[in-house]
Ligand binder design. Structure first.
Ligand SMILES: [Zn+2]
Length: 72
């Protein structure tokens, strides 16, 4: 089984959501070779509710595009 990153339930009992993280400079390269190999799952969740709860509890949703305004 695959355990939910947030709640630890078996995600395969639901409709799992897998979140991937990529290095920013690898995006263009990955686009040309399709989805082979160099993606690593950042987490697997039961559903979007667990993704949302996980994002609120951890710092994964901070210091990204929500860090506003720009310094200009
Ligand atoms: Zn879950």
């Amino acid at each position: 089984m695959t355990a939910c990153t947030y709640c630890g339930c078996d995600v395969e009992a639901h409709d799992p959501v897998v979140v991937y993280e990529r290095e920013p400079d690898a995006v263009e390269e990955s686009a040309s070779v399709a989805l082979e190999g160099d993606e690593s799952p950042a987490g697997t969740f039961c559903n979007w509710g667990c993704v949302s709860a996980y994002a609120r509890q951890s710092d994964v949703a901070t210091e990204t595009t929500c860090n506003w305004p720009p310094e200009e």
